[in-house]
Design a protein around this ligand. Structure first.
Ligand code: FAD
Length: 494
C-alpha cells in the first residue's frame, strides 16, 4: 500500500512538471544567450570580437571542430609552418585583414609571378621558345580583362576559349603548343577560382569580385594563425575572451525558431537558446544541410541561392625532402606544361593512375628550405584525399621524376601531408564561386544568402555570415571578416 502511494506521488510530480513547463525541460537549466554564433571561422570570430568590443558579452560560439579559425589553419610541418587553408592576404589598401595586421610587421610581399625559366616540360615537340616569352602574360591577361568578361555574360570557359583562339591565331602559334599552354592556364585559373570546370563558372559573377589595391600576394612571416591572435587582441595585451566564449566539438544539428527565440540543438544532445543566431557555416555545409537544419525551413529563394552558387574542392600537398634538391634561384614555382600526347604517355606509364597531370605546379614555401607545395582541384583533389601517405609520396615523386630528374638529383622524400577540405564534413569544399546558373538567376550572395530571417518584419532572429555571403569579396579571409562584422553590427543597431 505504501509502495502504491509513493508511485502515485511520483506520477503526480511528473504530471505537474509537464503541465507547468509544457515539456520535461527545467527552465532553471535552460542555457540562454543574447547571441549564439554557429562556427568559429574568421566570420564567426569577426562577429564575436565586434560584439565583445562593444560590451555585448552575453554570447557564445558553438564550433563543431576542436579549434578556432575554420579554413584558416596553420600547422607545424617540416622545418617551420604550413597553411592547409588560406595563405595570402589579397590586396592592401582598404583590406581589413591587411590593415589590422600591417602595424605588427608580420607581413611581407611575395614576388609572385610565373618565373618563365622554370616552366618544365618533357615533350620536345613543344615550341618552348614561344611559351617562355610573352605568352604566359598574354594568356593571364585574358582572365584579367574584367570588362570583356562582364560583357560576355557567359561561362568562363566559353569566354576564355574565344579569346585564346584569337590570340594564337593572331600570333601564328602552333596548335600543339597552344593546347599545352591552354591546359596550363585553365588549370591555374581553376585553382585560383576554386572551380573544377570553367564551363560552370559565370563570367559576369566572377568579375564582381572586388580587388583591393596593392599586392595580391601578401604573405605571413608567422603563419595566418597570427591573424586569429590579432583579432582577439592578443598582441595588444587586451585579449577579448573569444576562446572562453567558444564551446568546441559542438556540432549544430538543428536551428528552430518561434517568435523571437531560437533553439539550437547539437549532435551530442545538448541544446541552447538565444535571441539571435548568426550562422557562419560554409556554403558547402549549407548545400548539404540547409534543407534539414532549419525549422521552419528556409525560404525558397534562399534555398535556390544556396543551390546555385558554387563550392568545389581545392587542396594542397606539402612534401618534405631530405635535402633541398632544387637550386636556390628556383624562387617560387616549378610549372608543369603538358602536351596531350605527353599527358597520355605519362598516364599509360604511371603506377598511380596519372592523376598528378592535374597538379598545376609545385612551389617553394617560405622558411621551409626542404618543402615544396602543390595544389589540386575537384575530383583529383577528392581522389588525392583518399590516398595513403605512401601512395601520395609515390605519385608526387613520379611527377618530379618525369619532369626534372634529368636536371636534378631528387633527394629522398621524408614527410608528406595534405589538406582534406572535401572530406571535412564541417566545410565540404574550399571556397565559393559564382556559377553560370547563379548569374542567370540573378541570385547574388548579398541580396539573398545574406538576408536575415526576421520576426515581426524587423527583428533579425536568424542571421547569415561567412565568405559566400559577401557579394564583393567572396572566397577570401577579408570577405569572411567583413560579413561577421556586418551581422554583428546588424544586431548592435537593432
Ligand atoms: C585551400 C584554401 C586556400 C585558401 N587561400 C586563401 C588565401 O590565400 N587568401 C584568402 O583570403 N582566402 C583564402 N581561402 C579562403 C578563406 O580561407 C575563407 O574564405 C575563409 O577562411 C572562410 O571563413 P568563414 O568564417 O566564412 O568560414 P569557415 O572558415 O568555414 O568557418 C565556418 C566554421 O563553422 C564550423 N562549422 C561547420 N559546420 C558546423 C556545425 N554544424 N556546427 C558548428 N560549427 C560548424 C566549421 O568548423 C568552421 O570552423 C582559402 C581557402 C582554402 C580552403
Amino acid at each position: 500500500m505504501e509502495k502504491m502511494l509513493s508511485l502515485h506521488f511520483l506520477f503526480a510530480v511528473i504530471l505537474f512538471t509537464i503541465t507547468v513547463y509544457g515539456n520535461t525541460e527545467n527552465t532553471s537549466t535552460r542555457e540562454k544567450y543574447k547571441v549564439i554564433i554557429v562556427g568559429a571561422g574568421i566570420s564567426g570570430m569577426g562577429a564575436a570580437t565586434r560584439l565583445l568590443s562593444n560590451n555585448f558579452s552575453d554570447i557564445t560560439i558553438l564550433e563543431a571542430s576542436n579549434r578556432l579559425g575554420g579554413r584558416v589553419y596553420t600547422a607545424p610541418f617540416g622545418d617551420y609552418l604550413i597553411e592547409y587553408g588560406a595563405q595570402w592576404v589579397h590586396g592592401q589598401g582598404g583590406n581589413p585583414v591587411y590593415e589590422i595586421a600591417e602595424p605588427y610587421n608580420f607581413l611581407y610581399i611575395q614576388n609572385w609571378e610565373i618565373i618563365k625559366g622554370f616552366v618544365k616540360h618533357s615533350d620536345s615537340k613543344l615550341n618552348i621558345s614561344v611559351v617562355s616569352s610573352w605568352l604566359f602574360d598574354e594568356v593571364g591577361d585574358i582572365f584579367y580583362n574584367k570588362n570583356d568578361m562582364m560583357l560576355c555574360n557567359c561561362s568562363v570557359e566559353h569566354y576564355f576559349t574565344n579569346k585564346f583562339n584569337e590570340l594564337i591565331k593572331n600570333n601564328n602559334i602552333d596548335q600543339y603548343t597552344a593546347q599545352a599552354v591552354a591546359d596550363y592556364a585553365t588549370k591555374y585559373q581553376r585553382i585560383q577560382d576554386g572551380v573544377s570546370n570553367l564551363d560552370e563558372e559565370g563570367s559576369w559573377g566572377s568579375v564582381q569580385h572586388f580587388q583591393y589595391n596593392g599586392s595580391l600576394s601578401v604573405a605571413w612571416k608567422t603563419g595566418y594563425h597570427s591573424f586569429i591572435n590579432m583579432l582577439m587582441g592578443k598582441y595588444k595585451g587586451k585579449e577579448l575572451p573569444v576562446e572562453q566564449k567558444t564551446k568546441f566539438n559542438k556540432v549544430v544539428q538543428t536551428i528552430s525558431w518561434t517568435g523571437n527565440e531560437v533553439k539550437i540543438c547539437c549532435e551530442d544532445g545538448s541544446h541552447y537558446f538565444a535571441d539571435h543566431v548568426i550562422v557562419t557555416v560554409s556554403l558547402g555545409v549549407l548545400k548539404v544541410l540547409a534543407k534539414t537544419m532549419f525549422n521552419p525551413s528556409l525560404p525558397d529563394n534562399k534555398l535556390a541561392a544556396i543551390e546555385s552558387l558554387g563550392f568545389d574542392v581545392v587542396d594542397k600537398i606539402y612534401i618534405q625532402f631530405e635535402t633541398r634538391w632544387w637550386p636556390l634561384d628556383f624562387e617560387y614555382r616549378l610549372n608543369f606544361l603538358w602536351s596531350d600526347e605527353d599527358k597520355q604517355r605519362f598516364k599509360n606509364e604511371s603506377k598511380y593512375g596519372g592523376w598528378t597531370t592535374e597538379v598545376v605546379d609545385f612551389h617553394f614555401v617560405e622558411n621551409q628550405p626542404r618543402v615544396l607545395e602543390g595544389w589540386v582541384i575537384g575530383d583529383t583533389a577528392r581522389l588525392m584525399e583518399t590516398l595513403s601517405n605512401d601512395e601520395l609520396t609515390g605519385a608526387v615523386t613520379e611527377l618530379f621524376n618525369w619532369f626534372v630528374s634529368n636536371e636534378y638529383s631528387i633527394s629522398k622524400p621524408i614527410n608528406i601531408t595534405r589538406s582534406t577540405w572535401g572530406s571535412n564534413r564541417f566545410i565540404h569544399g574550399s571556397y565559393s564561386f559564382r556559377t553560370v546558373k547563379s548569374d542567370r538567376l540573378g541570385y547574388s550572395a548579398a541580396n539573398i544568402l545574406a538576408e536575415p530571417l526576421l520576426f515581426n518584419q524587423t527583428n533579425p532572429v536568424v542571421l547569415f555570415a561567412g565568405e559566400a555571403t559577401n557579394d564583393k569579396s567572396f572566397a577570401t579571409v577579408h570577405g569572411a571578416l567583413e560579413t561577421g562584422w556586418r551581422e554583428a553590427t546588424r544586431i548592435l543597431s537593432f
